[in-house]
Design a binder for this molecule. Structure first.
Ligand code: RIB
Length: 308
């Protein structure tokens, strides 16, 4: 990995307005559940990660996103700008992306995304990479565009980071363009076809692979070493966007020069705090809140020989 100018992160990805209904449980197929109140929140994996990156401080954060010319776009732009994200907005003919989130009493969720404008991001929309140290992407944008952006970033010496979510199969050539791969366990299985965590990690050639493990923390493999970062105990209210908070915070920490172990700690603490509040972006904590949690709970990643 080769950061040309540390401290500047470009995020490319989705922005959705999340339509959230809280209910006792997530309905099974064919079931109707009588929910509680309905609220809307700025969301979308790309935008959530950009907000987390900016709130983590230290890294200047820019985001390329596509929005429709409609009322749903405004709260998304406002949330990103309020967090300090510099925006490059493509105005699409399609409607702004939306996501329908059912949030259960145990803070679990089921999400359906109507991507709309997000699908209009094309390879040629890539902004200048001058001064960019890290490019952070997800899979709510067209895959051909993600591949083209990763290739351009690789050629420019920018560290490429992919959160392979939502899960989809990726070719070896595509994975080879990724320096830092971040996935959760189901996404890791989908990518590798291997159900055993150790075996799946071993099968990937990326310089760094990070697997988020929910209430068990996270596991990373880099330079032939493995690290386990335990989770921080919290009372979860809403896990929507917790993984995104992890990704944005991790990349912000790496871009300001923290070693991987320190970045894992910050990202795990930030994602724990994000679960204690409602809303994907509203839940993203500030750097001060993360530092306070880290000061209270001094856990450090341990070397690991096997997955936890
Ligand atoms: O990762 C959570 C996000 O996934 C939500 O904010 C929703 O918009 C979907 O993109």
């Amino acid at each position: 990995m080769n950061a040309s100018s540390p401290g500047s992160v470009l995020v490319i990805g989705s922005a959705n307005l999340d339509f959230v209904v809280r209910a006792s449980h997530v309905p099974a197929p064919g079931e109707t559940v009588l929910g509680r109140e309905f609220t809307t929140h700025p969301g979308g994996k790309g935008a959530n990660q950009a907000v987390a990156c900016a709130r983590a401080g230290g890294a200047s954060t820019r985001m390329l996103l596509a929005l429709g010319d409609d009322a749903h776009a405004l709260p998304l732009e406002t949330s990103l700008r309020d967090a300090g994200v510099e925006l490059v907005v493509m105005r699409a003919k399609a409607p702004t992306g939306v996501a329908f989130v059912c949030l259960s009493g145990t803070a679990e969720n089921a999400i359906t995304v109507a991507p709309g404008a997000n699908l209009s991001l094309q390879p040629h929309h890539l902004p200048s990479l001058t001064g960019v140290s890290h490019l952070l992407m997800q899979l709510e944008s067209p895959l051909e565009s993600v591949i083209a952006w990763a290739r351009s970033a690789r050629e420019a010496g920018v560290v490429t980071v992919l959160n392979a979510a939502p899960a989809q199969a990726l070719s070896r050539d595509t994975l080879a363009l990724v320096d830092i791969l971040i996935v959760n366990e189901p996404e890791l299985v989908q990518l590798t076809g291997i159900h055993d965590l150790d075996g799946a990690l071993d099968s990937l050639d990326n310089a760094c692979v990070v697997v988020t493990l929910g209430a068990r923390g996270c596991l990373a493999r880099a330079n032939g070493e493995r690290f386990v970062q335990p989770a921080f105990a919290i009372d979860p209210v809403d896990t929507t966007g917790a993984g995104d908070t992890f990704c944005g915070t991790l990349v912000a920490a790496l871009s300001r020069g923290l070693p991987l172990t320190g970045a894992l700690r910050h990202a795990t603490a930030a994602s724990a705090l994000a679960c204690t509040r409602l809303g994907a972006q509203a839940g993203v904590p500030s750097r001060a809140e993360v530092d306070a949690l880290l000061a209270r709970v001094p856990t450090t990643p341990a070397h690991a020989h096997h997955a936890p």
